[in-house]
Ligand binder design. Structure first.
Ligand code: DP6
Length: 374
């Protein structure tokens, strides 16, 4: 028996993937760009055992056994086996037993499927002796498109590719995590329940009905992608932040342009957007950026020296309940004590307690890694 345990990170798109040109092969309409988050705070963990005596493939997710007939899961196993056959034919018939868990809410628009599939495929590849990140990205894409980006750390681009078979649709690293050390990420958890409309069906509805999506893909994204890569390259936070916010807003505009419309952001999400713009306006400088995926939770990008101040303002605007106060900010400790300016009224009046459940303070991190290998 061979057994291996791996962890893989969450990634947050700053240029969103929304829409497929091939739903079967999971080929996107556009390139996307993401930031990989540190596994210290959020990760998927997967253990894979492989043994000649196992009778069938089996899979447990967060402790519950799942069907292995899920087509995307089955596709990942098939693709790995095809590669194993080419390299080490002797173990190609062995069955897998797989245990996976996330240390953050599943399916709440917190990129859990990306980390989950990246981890699954990385662990399957490692236990089977496949080492090319390229292969891991191509196969992870078959599990969930955004998963192909979680196989790299730092700043990542998923090339949409042009080939009908998808052989050129995979992620590449633009810059490693060390490229821009002060970048911090605050995940603002507004809701940890399952999203109403999944990304897979939501984006298909947008492809069918949204004219804004076609405009975005053809007219907006080519320049925006190039500008984003340049901004990251020269560590230009203001440009990076503007592009990130504009792209999040356009993605949600596409969702509203879908017919019937898809609404992922809620009242608290919009209050967060207002806060960020007012904060930047008062600072006379772009110091914070937001981005929202297919759910109401926000991801804020901030540079390290501003984290304590931004958190202090968030705490004031979205007060924790007595119950959540002690655990309101999780992750990297915020050491600096900030005295709020007396007149912070321009940033808005405080929201009802408990509307923001908690904040995860994290940073840019590395790709998947092996924890134990026996
Ligand atoms: C809004 O990767 O979850 O998070 O490929 O159908 O599994 P499938 O979709 P998925 O879509 C992610 C959409 C997004 C934007 C992004 O991460 O780029």
């Amino acid at each position: 028996m061979k057994i291996i345990t791996c962890i893989a990170p969450v990634n947050i798109a700053t240029i969103k993937y929304w829409g497929k040109r091939d739903t079967e092969l999971i080929l996107p309409l556009n390139d996307s760009i993401s930031v990989t988050l540190s596994t210290d705070q959020m990760h998927s963990k997967t253990t894979v055992a492989i043994d000649p005596d196992f009778k069938s493939d089996r899979m447990w997710l967060n402790g519950k056994e799942q069907s292995v007939d899920n087509p995307r899961f089955a596709q990942c196993l098939k693709e790995i086996r095809r590669r194993v056959q080419d390299k080490h034919g002797d173990i190609a018939d062995w069955k897998f037993h797989i245990c996976s868990e996330n240390n953050f809410p599943t399916a709440a628009g917190l990129a859990s499927s990306a980390a989950g599939y990246a981890c699954l495929v990385y662990a399957l590849a490692k236990v089977s002796g496949i080492s090319e990140v390229r292969d891991v990205s191509l196969v992870a894409r078959r599990g969930s498109g955004s998963a192909c980006r979680s196989v790299w750390g730092g700043f990542v681009r998923w090339q949409a590719g042009v080939r009908p078979d998808g052989a050129d649709s995979l992620a590449e690293q633009l810059y490693p995590a060390e490229h821009w050390p002060p970048v911090r990420v605050l995940v603002l958890v507004v809701s940890d329940s399952k999203k109403k409309i999944g990304s897979t069906s939501g984006m298909q509805e947008s492809v069918k009905t949204s004219k804004l999506l076609a405009h975005r893909v053809e007219r907006v994204l080519p320049d925006r992608i190039a500008n984003m890569i340049e901004a990251i390259g020269r560590k230009d936070f203001a440009t990076f932040a503007d592009l990130t916010m504009q792209d999040s807003n356009q993605f949600h505009a596409v969702c509203l342009d879908t017919y019937p419309p898809i609404v992922y952001m809620n009242e608290v999400s919009h209050a967060i957007v207002d806060f960020v713009h007012k904060y930047n306006q008062l600072a006379n400088q772009v110091k914070v950026a937001y981005t929202f995926d297919a759910g109401p939770n926000a991801c804020l990008f901030v540079l390290e020296p501003d984290v304590a101040d931004v958190i202090a303002h968030l705490r004031h605007l979205f007060p924790p309940t007595e119950h959540s106060a002690a655990n309101y900010v999780r992750g990297i400790p915020v050491v600096q004590h900030v005295q709020l300016h007396k007149d912070i009224q321009p940033l808005g009046t405080p929201y009802e307690k408990g509307q923001l459940k908690y904040i995860i303070h994290t940073k840019v991190g590395d790709g998947p890694r092996v924890l134990t290998d026996d």
